[in-house]
Design a protein around this ligand. Sequence first.
Ligand code: IMP
Length: 438
Amino acid sequence: MIIVIIGAQWGDEGKGKVVDLLADRFDVVSRYQGGHNAGHSVYVGDKAFVLRLLPSGIIHPDKVCVLGNGMVIDPKAFFEEVDQITEKGVSVSPERLKVSSRAHLIMPYHRALDHTSEERLGNEKIGTTLRGIGPAYEDKAGRRGIRVADAMDPELLKLRVERNLEEANRIIVLYGHQPLRADEILAEISPLVERLRPFVCETSHFLAEARKASKKILLEGAQATLLDVDHGTYPFVTSSNPTAGGASVGAGIPPHHISGVLGIVRTYATRVGEGPFPTEMLDSEENIANLIRERGNEYGSVTKRPRRCGWFDAVATKYAAELNGFDSIALTKLDVLDALEEIKVCVGYQMNGERIDTLPAVASELRQIEPIYETLPGWLSDTVGITEFDALPEKARDYVNFLSEKVGVEIGLISTGPERDQTIIIGDSTMESWFSGN
Ligand code: IMP
């Protein structure tokens, strides 16, 4: 069984907790795109883990974790995370952590270029995480990137760094910054690359063998559907493909071997960074946005940036469901809405006086959209930690059923708090079959 997990909105839907829950039932957890721009929070007992690069399964000592070929890997961030987890008592060895030889490396000049690119864009900036993700993918597509396997040859690494830096420094200097030095970069990177060597693996072959041996594999998406470079709110997107098709390419798994796709959806929407956000709460709703931000701890888990808050967008989520082919949805953060008297849900868009039922491709048009809302009554009672659907207040059940109907996909899991056991699994759902391993 191979299941892909994907965020349906603009990220931060709470994938970390769901992957962590499901990881118990799986043998291998693999990421397939992105890098340390992600920030998945997982709480186990009194320990909080923030995972940026490593799959959330790493916290389970008996799981094998894979960083797939579609990823961009900053070796410094990789070992910072390995060391942080080791300090918290989780052992991380090459036997259970495998890095694709075909993944690309993020180099210090990629970080510098991420800064200059955002400076150059000024008011039009993307609001990236400044981790060097975009420039590393640019080098990959430009066929000058440095892959993990290339870096294992010190001569080749030196040649590539020198050549690429020449180009990068032209831009860095143009924007008034100090040029970077190849010898300093090599002095920083080379020991890390050596330390990486035992982790390097032909991961697509490893995953193929695991599948043949009937191992269960979870493919963990980072970022989310509306940040996808093809299908998201371009150009305000990340530089990779978090959507389901990206899982096949980025992990090196044939599409027909993927058995199911799970969407992670939050009961409201957020966005970090710039870009259109049709259901963003209005200035007049600032109190509600602040309440949600505080109750939901809506601050970047890595960057600490306050997240923009908005209402549930059924049009955008349905678009995500179609693109990814969600078989089931995990609905997270229900408890955050406990304090609201009324809850709005966007059920359609209006543009230039006309109703449209899908997302326009152009960002400037997306900004002009007027959401059409339906307002549902809040339940104004505590749902934290509830584990049975029938134990939810009636209005909370109505809200969940309304979202499922509008998006057209079953809701198989509801999260009622950050802890593993603060979860409802809906009986007879596809989700339940994944949990029971069928
Ligand atoms: P980049 O991935 O750093 O290039 O950033 C591009 C866009 O994706 C920016 O709007 C970021 O805020 C957003 N982004 C990147 N990673 C995440 C994530 O894990 N959660 C939410 N937004 C993200």
